[in-house]
Design a protein around this ligand. Structure first.
Ligand SMILES: [Zn+2]
Length: 299
């Protein structure tokens, strides 16, 4: 027999919050989903802090997020990666894309672009522009990009028509989120990204960059976003309340319910480690609905 089994790729998942505020219920659900999927697959679970947007970063939010994860029994493997420590690597990749003519400078103002849903390519052949006060856009190819999402099913967009050449380096001198995420998911050998479906559109950009840079692309599962009783998505923007650190068991109980698991009522007051362990044993990604918006009645 010459049959050899393909090598088993160990599962590596991640949770990657931006330290722009404390953890709220919606982000707890995302963190828990990615943790449970990793642990139910005997995987590792990493935490990465996406702190490359200083104007939006809130001092001390990183520590608060990490404390909240630990208080909820979500213990990560390895050291926490801060994206700000990778800036030279991102810069190097951006410079290479420019020198390979895969990316170009763009000095269009927000005002100039406000009536265009997709970048119309004003700067595509303007070779007079330099890094002074210009953003950098990556060229997209005239093709479809397709990926399989474990919850949302097959996803497809036409790169030129739906996305257009997009920004990888901002006019204000900051590396764009899409590039940093695409690079780090590959550098950290992430095999599966479980996160909120509000990031589905970003995934196309990240997968495109990974293909262009010949990096690994992880698998994806986008969970529906959590809708509060007011009908709005919970987020820092609409002031979702920070999680109450005195209520960790109740927070986890509700998060398990949001993920369509059915913890019995006597687990409400169980310690976080027990609730999380219960979740690992009962995790079933197939139960998560595709539809956007899991409504949760918060206390
Ligand atoms: Zn432009």
């Amino acid at each position: 027999m010459n049959d050899t089994l393909p090598p088993v790729v160990p599962y590596i998942g991640r949770f990657a919050p931006s330290p722009t505020g404390p953890l709220h219920f919606g982000s707890l659900v995302s963190a828990l989903a990615s943790f449970l999927d990793a642990k139910a697959n005997q995987g590792r679970w990493l935490v990465r802090l996406e702190d490359i947007d200083p104007p939006r970063t809130q001092p001390g939010a990183d520590k608060k997020i990490l404390c909240a994860l630990e208080a909820h029994g979500l213990h990560w493997n390895d050291e926490v990666l801060y994206q700000s420590s990778n800036l030279p690597a991102y810069r190097h990749i951006i410079d290479t894309l420019i020198s390979d003519n895969q990316a170009y400078y763009c000095d269009c103002s927000r005002q100039m672009l406000k009536n265009y849903p997709v970048y119309p390519g004003f700067c595509v052949s303007n070779d007079k522009l330099t890094s002074e006060n210009a953003a950098i856009r990556v060229r997209v190819k005239d093709e479809d990009l397709v990926f399989e999402d474990e919850i949302q099913g097959r996803q497809s967009q036409q790169l030129r028509k739906d996305i257009g050449d997009f920004v990888i380096f901002r006019k204000d001198g900051l590396v764009a989120y899409q590039l940093a995420v695409a690079v780090d998911d590959s550098r950290q050998r992430i095999t599966k990204v479980v996160r909120g479906s509000d990031l589905l559109d970003s995934t196309f950009r990240q997968v495109y960059l990974q293909k262009l840079l010949q990096l690994n692309t992880p698998g994806y599962a986008h969970i529906p976003v959590i809708i509060g009783t007011d009908g709005k998505k919970l987020s820092k923007q609409n002031y979702a309340k920070p999680l109450d650190p005195k209520n960790t068991s109740n927070n986890l109980y509700l998060a398990l319910k949001a993920l369509k698991l059915e913890p019995s009522r006597d687990l409400i007051n169980a310690p976080p480690s027990e609730l999380v362990q219960w979740g690992v044993v009962h995790w079933d990604i197939g139960k998560i609905p595709r539809k956007l918006g899991i409504e949760v009645h918060l206390p």
